[in-house]
Design a protein around this ligand. Structure first.
Ligand SMILES: [Zn+2]
Length: 248
């Protein structure tokens, strides 16, 4: 079956436990026996974010991997640091237990969209929809404070969870286009996102979700800490290192 590798954890002297998001849209952990020190049985390793073809043997409490072949590990998802970190953020999100997990086909569509020019748009749309799926729908129609329409100088309050007038409280400014993008994201995969819109949404979509969940994304913290270091050494880096918490 097809499955996305999410994270790998050392187990004992020579085994790994690999967590996957499978084509049945569910999480699965499996033993990769002898995979820690030898590449013989699993030459393709288990790259977080890689799409694999796996075969399992049910035994005891956790199945073992009989076969795990790399079906697609696309370098287009890694050609820019921001893109790579956004994809790792999706992988971190999938590795958590959710009351309503996104479907496998939705995740594959997101993966395709994130390879190219629509990377940011697909990413923000996905997380806006996930926020709503978790019951934290932001108020995007009227001001959260006075309940009146917000027609100009639109702001978004992370704390209040929605639009707010400048006169009613503090919030991050949001252009008409970005406001429309957020509303459209609730129903479908949205269209293009300009650079300025992406800049506006960056401090809103994920921070709002983090605030509602009361839990920060580790990927975002790592990204923040490493951004300066990475950009300096960009040319020297042959390959991107997987964030350490996805590889224990
Ligand atoms: Zn108001």
């Amino acid at each position: 079956m097809k499955a996305l590798a999410l994270r790998r954890t050392s187990y004992g002297e020579s085994d790994l436990v690999v967590q996957f998001f499978t084509e049945q849209s569910s999480l699965l952990s499996a033993f990769a026996r002898g995979a820690r020190n030898s590449k013989k049985r699993f030459p393709h390793r288990f790259h977080p974010g890689g799409l694999y073809d796996i075969e399992l043997q049910e035994r005891g409490q956790m199945p073992s991997l009989l076969r795990c072949e790399l079906s697609d590990y696309d370098s287009q998802l890694m050609d820019k640091e921001e893109k790579f970190f956004r994809w790792m953020m999706v992988i971190e999100w999938l590795s958590l237990e959710h009351p309503h997990a996104p479907s496998f086909s939705e995740v594959l569509a997101l993966r395709e969209a994130m390879k190219g020019e629509t990377s940011e748009s697909a990413f923000h749309s996905f997380f806006i929809r996930e926020t709503v799926e978790h019951g934290f729908e932001p108020e995007l129609q009227v001001c959260v404070h006075c309940r009146e329409d917000v027609l100009e100088e639109i702001r978004f309050s992370l704390i209040e969870g929605g639009l707010i007038h400048k006169r009613c409280g503090s919030g991050l400014s949001l252009s008409q286009e970005s406001h429309r993008f957020m509303k459209e994201s609730l129903s479908s995969l949205s269209g293009a996102l300009s650079e300025s819109m992406a800049k506006e949404l960056e401090p809103i979509t994920i921070p709002y979700l983090e605030m509602q969940l009361g839990r920060p994304f580790r990927t975002r913290q790592v990204f923040r800490e490493s951004t300066s270091a990475i950009s300096i050494k960009e040319s020297e880096q042959p390959a991107r290192a997987v964030p350490t918490y996805l590889e224990a």
